[in-house]
Design a protein around this ligand. Structure first.
Ligand SMILES: C[S@@+](CC[C@H](N)C(=O)[O-])C[C@H]1O[C@@H](n2cnc3c(N)ncnc32)[C@H](O)[C@@H]1O
Length: 257
């Protein structure tokens, strides 16, 4: 039986933002980066393209989304075409651990819930810093406290569908090696922030970020590989809620400068 993670559910739902805290945290990230019409902005691991397209349409900034999942690149390009934004918000199918962008090509870059999805987070972050002027980078992602037990880490990785769960200490160590010690850190943890993945409806439980129609579609999508999908989804969401409520699972936004 194939396990279905939170990352899978977001990917195959009709929700545009594949990260906790949804549009609210994307808007805040763009504000901290300082996107505007004179800048060239990079969205690393751009997913369905929602943030890149918003940056282009709202601030008139030229935007490049780099994404290694062809399904998501196709979706992002379609949305960009539908919104008549393809000249401003371009999407490239590419693995960001292997790029040949010149140093400092971009004025600002964003990593939205990307580092946790890869075991190569150090390469991804180093590469992002290299191609961005003055290291103007914002990232937001799942974090855990230093003392988390291996069992908790394993459960969290499984339900979230991530490969890495950083501590702030890990992140600061890498950034410090690049002489980046001037950080702004915002705490977006907690169930209420997490549920901002959707803005339109007020979901009382985490599972209700998917409305009835979406739940049906998700169940149909995963029914063959996982006949007990509905119970699994419910249990996974409850697990995530518990870890958020106890503060063992954190969500931080970090601005590097
Ligand atoms: C959780 S999703 C977040 C997507 C988008 N940033 C968002 O917040 O909606 C993480 C994304 O990072 C992409 N990604 C992970 N490693 C990558 C790499 N080496 N190169 C390009 N994209 C990558 C994944 O394919 C996935 O779409």
């Amino acid at each position: 039986m194939v396990s279905v993670t939170f990352a899978d559910l977001l990917k195959f739902s009709q929700i545009d933002y594949l990260h906790p805290c949804g549009f609210s945290i994307s808007r805040r990230s763009l504000e901290l980066i300082g996107v505007d019409a004179h800048r060239y902005f990079l969205d690393v691991g751009s997913g369905k393209g929602a943030t890149a397209i918003y940056a282009a349409s709202e601030f008139g900034t030229m935007t490049l989304g780099v994404e290694k999942d062809p399904f998501l690149v196709k979706l992002a390009r379609k949305t960009s075409i539908d919104k008549n934004m393809l000249k401003m918000a371009e999407f490239r199918f590419q693995d960001f651990t292997d790029t040949n962008f010149q140093d400092g090509l971009f004025d600002g870059a964003l990593l939205e819930n990307v580092l946790s999805t890869t075991a190569k987070w150090e390469i991804m972050l180093t590469e992002t810093l290299r191609v961005t002027k003055r290291g103007n980078v914002v990232l937001h992602d799942y974090f855990v406290e230093d003392a988390l037990a291996p069992k908790d880490l394993a459960v969290l990785k499984q339900v979230l569908g991530v490969k890495t769960l950083l501590t702030l200490k890990d992140l600061k160590k890498l950034l410090s090696a690049h002489k980046k010690n001037n950080l702004v850190i915002e705490d977006w943890s907690g169930v209420d922030n997490f549920k901002k993945i959707i803005e339109q409806r007020n979901a009382s439980r985490l599972i209700d970020i998917f409305d009835f129609k979406q739940k049906l579609l998700l169940v149909a999508k995963f029914l063959i590989t996982n006949p007990f999908i509905i119970f699994k989804i419910k249990k996974s969401m409850q697990t995530i809620e518990t870890y958020l409520a106890t503060g063992k699972l954190k969500y931080y936004l970090v601005k590097v400068a």
